[in-house]
Design a protein around this ligand. Sequence first.
Ligand SMILES: NC(=O)c1ccc[n+]([C@@H]2O[C@H](COP(=O)([O-])OP(=O)(O)OC[C@H]3O[C@@H](n4cnc5c(N)ncnc54)[C@H](OP(=O)(O)O)[C@@H]3O)[C@@H](O)[C@H]2O)c1
Length: 335
Amino acid sequence: MAHTNRQWILASRPKGLITPEVLQLRETAVPALEEGQALVRVKFLSIDPTMRVWMADRPQYMPPVQIGEVMRAFGVAEVLESRHPEFNRGDKIAGLTGLQEFALLTTKDLGAFHKIPSIPFLSDSHFLGTLGHNGFTAYFGLLEVGKPQSGETLVVSAAAGATGSIVGQLGKIHGCRVVGIAGTDEKCKWIRDELGFDAAINYKHADWKEQLAAATPKGVDIDFENVGGEIMQTVLDRMNLHGRVVLCGLISGYTKEDPAMASFGQVLIKRLRVEGFIILDYASKFMDAAKQLGMWKMTGKIKDKQTIVKGFEKAPEAINMLFNGTNIGKLLVEV
Ligand SMILES: NC(=O)c1ccc[n+]([C@@H]2O[C@H](COP(=O)([O-])OP(=O)(O)OC[C@H]3O[C@@H](n4cnc5c(N)ncnc54)[C@H](OP(=O)(O)O)[C@@H]3O)[C@@H](O)[C@H]2O)c1
């Protein structure tokens, strides 16, 4: 059966937030399947801060998306037809589907997509968040880079987001005092009252730096850094000797030409270990993390929230939600 595919194409490089010239909607016919291909229908698209990085023409951990290409995005999808040796009709998969309604998987993409199981009471969309790259980022970033010890103080920024909310809960499981920094009182209430963070600080309150000092009376041993700029500098100023900084993301700078940077002064004086980290380096161990995170999720040791934007056509505005903080937990587009 012939399908019309709608795709968001990168039409120009953004300056700041995503404006109508940046992503253009294209309609195209889905070609007939060739040997070695499978056709999937995308159900959920993951909306990630790194999409804004992929749109920029600067050195990064994957090639930037080129003008005229389908915008890169993670998605979960269902196989409609298959002439592919690995996938059968009805299989559900997760991977880099692109910002489109249908995708063709080829044998060249092996490794870029994996099958996902059907688990009662769990939406497929969880394989894009807690049981997908955000959960894995929290898991490996905190456990393998941050190496938390019981009794230590962990501070996490963008703490009510997809990654930060899991980081804080993993910190509690490992016996840390956990302090989250987030941008609304509602987010702070959620991470403190429902997720069990010891303290939550709204960085939009004038006295937030004093609140952070009060919430970290023994200083900070681990900074799980998602934001950068002034927030990172303020946390670095509270770090203890030989503390660890998990440099996971710098979202405050992604839409800026000249982002504010934290200075290296405290890194030197406090002999901090700052480690940049990209989740792709841990791909061979994703299944170990998925099992452990799945167990914690099923037993209620970790909780999550999703902000679901309904409608494929809303994807560009959904990307902007990450930068104005209107998502809580994992941000997704339901196609
Ligand atoms: N290294 C890796 O492999 C890897 C993998 C995944 C994600 N990441 C990084 O992890 C971070 C979080 O990603 P996510 O997918 O979990 O997104 P998310 O936290 O669910 O959403 C982004 C959040 O960042 C906060 N934010 C945006 N601009 C900000 C600013 N100028 N100052 C302070 N906070 C700001 C907003 O919350 P507020 O309301 O709190 O401002 C927003 O909700 C990002 O930096 C991302 O690049 C890294």
